[in-house]
Ligand binder design. Structure first.
Ligand code: ZN
Length: 322
């Protein structure tokens, strides 16, 4: 579904078969050249829906000449390659996001790393197999593309009246960026901040030094300083009170982090053990995996705070209260 926000600025809401149900792409029309921010999920019928939406609004998919990506998650980037093939669009994303895509192109080494990483968290080989299945699905869904330019921090772009800056917002994904339209005082936020859920955080299995929660909270502070009047998120409706939403999400993480701390004891526990204590049996395997990822990032922060210890025994990480 396409809706006009203001002259030459559109929101395109594209269907997803799971979870959040819809993902938003945003489109700007500049002299018949179309500039697209995020692309939607590459599943059967998505491309045709996008094409029809544009035709209905009097535009042509072949005129998409620039595609800017907030991050390398499938629901935001997986159609970029199709659009590039069709219209020759230039594709822009951060170097860290491009590296995430690069890992997906080398599945053998990525799968080996996944096994190593999650067995260290106390997951069984069978549970890891389920994660790998999901990983392979993601790998197949992203249409290959060539990156034309790596986005630089605070880089500015100008397409006629549409001027925006690239704001680096690592956290939800290491290579996440937002696009800030200073003159219009609006922010295309991707998944950095959403109106109704706290964006998922997960570890970078290739970079153990990356602290997703610290990075995320710092990135929230960074956008909180910008003079933003309207936020256009990757999922859900636009919203106005950015700093109120930042406050709610910061509080949410503080509470969750305390919950994890309360489940660390004097006897050693793995990330998997702690996660199991935080949830009930009705939680699906995949949701449990997402919660395990979050538990892990809280443990990382608690370790950095010096309130828990991390040790390794038989190649499995265990945690105790300091
Ligand atoms: Zn995402």
């Amino acid at each position: 579904m396409i809706s006009r926000i203001e002259e030459n600025f559109y929101r395109i809401s594209l269907r997803m078969p799971y979870r959040l149900r819809h993902v938003n792409a945003y489109l700007f029309d500049h002299d018949k050249e179309l500039i697209l921010f995020d692309t939607g999920l590459n599943v059967s019928g998505s491309y045709e829906t996008l094409e029809k939406d544009l035709t209905d609004a009097g535009m042509n998919i072949n005129n998409i000449k620039h595609v800017f990506l907030t991050h390398a998650h499938t629901d935001h980037c997986s159609m970029a390659g199709l659009l590039q093939k069709k219209s020759g669009a230039k594709i822009y994303l951060s170097k860290a996001a491009a590296e995430e895509c690069e890992h997906l192109r080398q599945p053998d080494s990525a799968i080996k790393q996944l096994r190593k990483f999650y067995s260290q968290q106390g997951m069984s080989p069978h549970q890891i197999d389920l994660v790998i299945e999901e990983y392979k699905y993601i790998q197949n869904i992203i249409a290959e593309f060539n990156t034309d330019s790596y986005l630089q921090e605070n880089e500015s772009f100008e397409f006629g009246n549409w001027k925006f800056e690239v704001i680096f917002t690592p956290g939800h994904a290491a290579g996440h960026v937002c696009f800030f339209f200073r003159e219009k005082s609006f922010l295309l936020a991707g998944d950095h901040i959403l109106p109704f859920i706290s964006p998922i955080l997960s570890p970078d299995i290739f970079d153990n030094n990356f602290r997703p929660l610290k990075a995320y909270r710092d990135s929230l502070k960074a956008i909180g300083k910008l003079p933003v009047s309207t936020v256009y998120p990757g999922h859900g409706n636009p919203f106005i009170d950015l700093n109120k939403r930042i406050y709610e999400i910061q509080k949410h993480h503080q509470k969750r982090k305390n919950n994890v701390l309360n489940n660390v004891a004097s006897q050693p526990k793995t990330t998997y053990d702690i996660t199991s204590e935080l949830i009930n049996d009705s939680v699906s395997d995949f949701d449990k995996f997402l919660i395990l990822n979050e538990t892990l990032i809280y443990l990382k922060e608690l370790k950095a705070d010096g309130v828990i210890n991390e040790d390794i025994a038989n190649n499995i990480l265990v945690y105790t209260k300091a």
